[in-house]
Design a protein around this ligand. Structure first.
Ligand code: A3P
Length: 289
């Protein structure tokens, strides 16, 4: 099966060609969801791995220790890669089936809106997404080489990065939420009030947790635990895929790290674009810019 170039455009969206093929992406757009499925949707670098771990822990609360021997990407696989991976039989065996996607809404809505599958949209302050994505490009050999932070800043604002514009991604998913069984949660909610955020998520998922179970889940999804566990911190990925000499996947795990990177001029420019793109949005997002 032919591999794509470093970046391939699929239905108008740039994606990492070395992780997908045209067939796998096409198969993902036609993926048949079941009403009991849970689909995690994120723009890259929004805390996907963190939420994969949380979802998987919530649904395996009797087996919190053992499930950690399976990497997050196998427990909650990307539908973009299902066709190329051998994860589906294992996911089929678990109830409910848990999946992840970075796809924009327009590639999935035709299938999803006919199902009652639960959709968990995890968002993060885009300034922190930008910084995290910048560092990830240095690590990830399947992403295009980038120049300076200033160059990447411009590319991100123009939506010229893999999976396109952050602004379009969130606006399009929020725009179809009334057609879906949809729950919005943010990285900031999880950072500021992990108890409350996981509890609200459980309410949406119709899962009851004893307080001890909730404590255990919060322990196993903490940055300190996850960054030390090689099934969770991506350190086992071969160096041809992730160049570990360039940094860590589990980098900082904090909010507002952008303050160490944006110049005053970049910050003003970002705020103007944010206001123009997001100003009309009815939903209140928890970050301050
Ligand atoms: P930073 O680069 O800002 O540290 P994704 O999984 O979508 O690629 O997102 C990766 C980002 O989520 C990284 O952000 C990573 O450190 C952060 N992250 C992963 N697990 C986390 C956790 N348990 N708590 C807080 N942040 C976490």
């Amino acid at each position: 099966m032919a591999r794509l170039q470093v970046t391939e455009v699929f239905r108008g969206i740039s994606m990492p060609g070395q992780l997908h093929t045209q067939e796998s992406l096409h198969a993902a757009t036609n993926f048949q969801f079941q009403d009991t499925d849970v689909l995690l949707v994120t723009f890259p670098k929004s805390g996907t791995t963190w939420m994969q771990q949380i979802l998987s822990l919530i649904f395996n609360k009797e087996d919190l220790q053992n499930i950690q021997s399976i990497p997050t990407w196998a427990r909650v696989p990307w539908i973009e890669q299902i066709y190329l991976s051998n994860y589906l039989p294992q996911v089929e065996a678990s109830k409910p089936r848990l999946f992840t996607t970075h796809f924009p809404a327009k590639l999935l809505i035709h299938n999803l809106k006919n199902s009652k599958a639960r959709v968990v949209y995890l968002a993060r302050n885009p300034k922190d997404v930008l910084v995290s994505y910048y560092h990830f490009h240095k690590l990830a050999k399947f992403l295009p080489e980038i120049g300076s932070f200033d160059d990447f800043f411009d590319q991100f604002l123009e939506g010229k990065v893999n999976f396109g514009s952050w602004f379009n991604h969130i606006k399009e998913w929020l725009g179809v939420q009334q057609d879906l069984n949809f729950f919005l949660i943010t990285y900031e909610d999880l950072s500021q009030d992990p108890h409350g955020a996981v509890q609200s998520l459980c309410n949406f998922l119709d899962q009851q947790l004893e307080s001890k179970e909730l404590e255990n889940i919060l322990h196993y999804c903490s940055f300190s635990f996850m960054s030390q566990n090689e099934q969770l911190n991506y350190s086992l990925i071969p160096s041809e895929v992730l160049d570990h000499s360039m940094g860590k996947f589990m980098r900082k795990g904090v909010t507002r790290n952008w303050k160490e990177y944006f110049s005053p001029e970049q910050n003003a420019r970002f705020n103007n674009v944010y206001q123009a793109e997001m100003g009309d949005l009815a939903v209140k997002l928890p970050w301050s810019l």
